[in-house]
Design a binder for this molecule. Sequence first.
Ligand code: MG
Length: 310
Amino acid sequence: MFGEIEGTGVDILDDRFSECLTGHARVERLWSGARWTEGPVWFAAGRYLLFSDIPNNRLMRWDETDANVSEFRKPSHYCNGNTIDQKGRLISCEHLTRRVTRTEHDGSISVIADMYEGKKLNSPNDVVVKSDGSIWFTDPTYGILSDYEGRKAPSKQKGCYVYRVNSNLDEVTAVATDFVKPNGLAFNSEENILYVSDTGASHRKNGPKHIRKLILDKAGTKVVKSVAFVESPSGLPDGLRVDSQDRVWTSGGDGVYCFTPDGLLIGKIRIPEVVSNLCFGGAKLNRLFITGTTSLYAIYLAVNGKSSKA
Ligand code: MG
């Protein structure tokens, strides 16, 4: 577990990345045995990480106390992205049921969103909760293109949108409608910028594989401007997170890439499998958990994730 894993390592592309690293931290492979891992989310109180194994229709749990991995939920409705709200409840994007759900403290499941304009969503992919309690998610078609990660079905929507569910959870609004395949998303610390990746290159020749910045209005409810942030240096920028200094950490085909808030690439963590997503965890949020195809990886950093506390 503590030896160097083949194909892993850290590339410092700008001096500013050095301060993100501890002296001797290495990438660890915590577990292997999935078909496609995604959607990691850290539960501080329980000291565990949940992550999806989409094609196997299950949600997994890695336990920090004994490093054991077990099935948390199966079937998981082919859930993909997960996050946690301010009350510690799990929020999940389900491909099969084409909805976003919340797992309550008593274990029951509430539907947060399953329709837009009276029609079924495509297959919600990734989700974040803003400090005002609103829930923002992306809705590309990956879960309805085949039976592998959900169930093949026609889209009922005019496109693949980014949505906001208001804090009362009674209104679903499309906040961005010009993405090909909106995918990972994360707010900056001020919550006036929402970063959203577009992985349209997966199904469209010369399609987008970039991250955009959606600038929000003063109330933080509407998008007033959408601007390019970065092109993916490698593969698709499926999932991303922002750290406490507003650096953006994003997945790529061969690892995790770190950008300054102004879009300069400063470093890379090499992973020997295609990376889908990442999140900060551990009591101090200084451990980066990385889902890479069949495996779960982690590395301790000298930076901390953005606290999810409101
Ligand atoms: Mg995704």
